[in-house]
Structure formats: structure tokens, C-alpha cells
Design a protein around this ligand. Structure first.
Ligand SMILES: [Mg+2]
Length: 170
């Protein structure tokens, strides 16, 4: 089984010489348990979500896209809160790095390689660990740039993404 398209996505990246993989992640009942409050008061990360999302954040060839039907202020708050947990989403509900091509219009369905959403079968309680095990199995897990300090990590690579989200969701 090709768990959440992870094995195929990494294989295609290699065979087609792609620079990036785009990982689209739903918020409620996927990263955090749904609290049914506007600003996600009492939010709680699912087991292994932090570890796996940190790993994705630190991979220079992975772009995390938050996929959520939240309102502006909760989006801004949750993006900042996740960043404080070492998880960096570069875009929210869009992928401006993949513009339209001759064959494809991405205006109404933006491009991504991996989708993690409880409505698409993801189970927050069990599947973050499943993803970690899948990444270990296909030999990707250890290749993360673990040596980079948090300062370099937040201050440098994601400056533009952070600014863009702050401007859009203020
Ligand atoms: Mg959901």
C-alpha cells in the first residue's frame, strides 16, 4: 500500500528531478483535535504530529501547506502557535509556487503531492506514527537537516512565507 502517497511522491521526486514536494495538511481532527471553538482554545496536538511536522518543516525540499476552512484570525493564531512548536507552514489554502501550465489550471485546485486530511481517511490518533514509520521504511527520515539551529531555521528560510501569512491573515 502506498500510504498517503508518500512513497510514490518521494519516488516521483527522484525520477522526475523535482525540487520540492508539496504536503497539504488539514488542521482540525488531523493536526489538532477539533475543539469546536473559534480560536481553537484548548487545542492539543495528536501523538507524533509535532515530530513528523517538524521533520517536514526542516526538509528543504518539502513545502507545508495548511488546508483549513478556518477564519482569518484563527488561521493567523494557529500558524504562529504551530511555529512556536517548530512547525512551519509556508502557505495557507494555496500553492503560488505552482502556477498554471499549458495543460493544467491550478486556480481552483492547487497543486500538491501529499494530502493529509481526516476527510480523506487520515486518523490523527494513529497515522502520524504510521507516516514516520513509512518515511523510515523508504529511507527518508534520517535525511533531515537536524543540525540547523532554530534561529537560522526561523529567521532565514521562512522569512518571506511568515510575512506573507501575517499580511494575508491579519
Ligand atoms: Mg478536518
Amino acid at each position: 500500500m502506498n500510504v498517503f502517497n508518500i512513497e510514490r511522491a518521494f519516488a516521483q521526486k527522484k525520477s522526475r528531478n523535482w525540487d520540492k514536494l508539496f504536503v497539504c495538511v488539514d488542521l482540525h481532527d488531523c493536526i489538532i483535535k477539533g475543539t469546536y471553538t473559534l480560536n481553537n482554545e484548548g487545542r492539543e496536538l495528536y501523538p507524533h504530529a509535532q515530530e513528523v511536522l517538524q521533520w517536514f518543516s526542516r526538509r528543504p525540499d518539502v513545502v507545508l501547506i495548511l488546508w483549513t476552512s478556518s477564519y482569518k484570525r484563527p488561521i493567523r493564531e494557529i500558524v504562529e502557535w504551530l511555529r512556536a512548536h517548530g512547525i512551519v507552514f509556508q502557505f495557507v489554502n494555496e500553492n503560488p509556487l505552482c502556477p498554471d501550465t499549458q495543460l493544467c489550471s491550478f486556480r481552483q485546485k492547487f497543486y500538491f503531492n501529499i494530502l493529509l486530511d481526516d476527510k480523506a481517511g487520515f486518523d490523527g490518533e494513529t497515522d502520524w506514527l504510521l507516516i514516520k514509520e513509512e518515511l523510515i521504511r523508504i529511507g527518508e527520515w534520517e535525511q533531515s537537516d537536524e543540525g540547523e539551529s532554530a534561529d537560522t531555521f526561523f529567521g532565514g528560510r521562512f522569512k518571506r512565507a511568515i510575512k506573507r501569512i501575517r499580511a494575508t491573515f491579519s
